[in-house]
Design a protein around this ligand. Sequence first.
Ligand code: PEP
Length: 251
Amino acid sequence: MRKPLIAGNWKMNNTKLDAELFMVDFKPLVRTHKKTEIVLCVPYTCLEKVKKLCKGTKIKVGAQNVSWADKGAFTGEISADMLKELGAEYVIIGHSERRQYFGETDVTVNKRTVQALDNSLKPIVCVGETGDERAADRTEAVLKTQLAGAFEGFSEEALREVVIAYEPIWAIGTGQTATPEQANATIKFIRKTLAKMFTRPTANKVRILYGGSMNGGNVAELMDMSDIDGGLVGGASLKPEEFASMATYNA
Ligand code: PEP
């Protein structure tokens, strides 16, 4: 059984004070919930604070990027050690905004994911096609390339530690959600591709999330689908009541 996972991606939002106010509202709403793993991927500056505020709960914290190097001359990057020191357990890797604005490629996604796993951080690796690619019927080809690049050289054991987020770029922050059938079919394709790259039992163990304008109104119908194991949530994760309702959709 794959445990459902709902992860919030705060992106570059929330100061430490904002984070504290969020947690005051959010924490009591999810405190006793056990059926879903809940992760908050927050800005680096909030990590330590949010981790402290999560004490006594099952909420986990994550970052939104990690360097592929241990340390050294990598201005602006952050190391796995630094993230772990602040309490991070998860890290988002290869989000489409990093690919679009910061030159992230399948090669760097691979290197960052290896580094996360080597340092016991759980990677949430993002893949997804643009609207043009979907319109040109290239979704499967694009995903195949992204998966082959991201997990090149991986062992079965390593892949089992990875979480994948399928995030169609046309659905991120647009209010245009993939239909549950569309998202499920594409996630099934991702699993089939992993089964070919590795083995079916390993592919069946990997949690694959959907991301793209997921909200309190559509979470249940998406989560009801056979292959969708959770969500990576942007905008709605900034609203404590709504995000709590999503994280406890199966209460
Ligand atoms: C995201 O940034 O990962 C995301 C899915 O954003 P949104 O939920 O706002 O579409």
